[in-house]
Design a protein around this ligand. Structure first.
Ligand SMILES: [Zn+2]
Length: 120
């Protein structure tokens, strides 16, 4: 088996993993949206557990929407053959890093350089 064949196989595996994660996130979002339809009475007052739960669901919904958008982007990049390549230096991104942050477009070194720039 040549190197290219191994790569293609890995890409398929990664694509399947990302699609499964996307499906999961979409199912969770549907569930959160169902729960959000059941709005608490705002007369309950601040500190009501029902209101608190509703607000938690709002935050969860936003998180899930972001996750879904970045997973979709990762899938598109993978389909275009750009996935796993650092946007800045063009080197392959560390596999451990991709496993933790599938949507990342930067290798560890470039990500570190960028976060240091933001911090200052
Ligand atoms: Zn880089």
């Amino acid at each position: 088996m040549g190197n290219a064949a191994v790569k293609a196989q890995e890409r398929e595996k990664e694509l399947a993993r990302l699609r499964a994660e996307l499906r999961e996130a979409e199912e969770e979002l549907a569930e959160v949206l169902r729960e959000l339809e059941d709005k608490p009475e705002f007369g309950l007052g601040v500190g009501s557990p029902r209101l608190y739960e509703w607000e938690m669901n709002l935050a969860r919904r936003d998180q899930l929407r972001e996750r879904i958008a970045s997973l979709k982007e990762a899938i598109e990049r993978l389909e275009r053959g750009e996935y796993g390549i650092c946007e800045v230096c063009g080197k392959p991104i560390e596999p451990e890093r991709l496993e933790l942050f599938p949507e990342t477009t930067l290798c560890a070194a470039c990500a570190r350089a960028q976060s240091q720039r933001f911090r200052r």
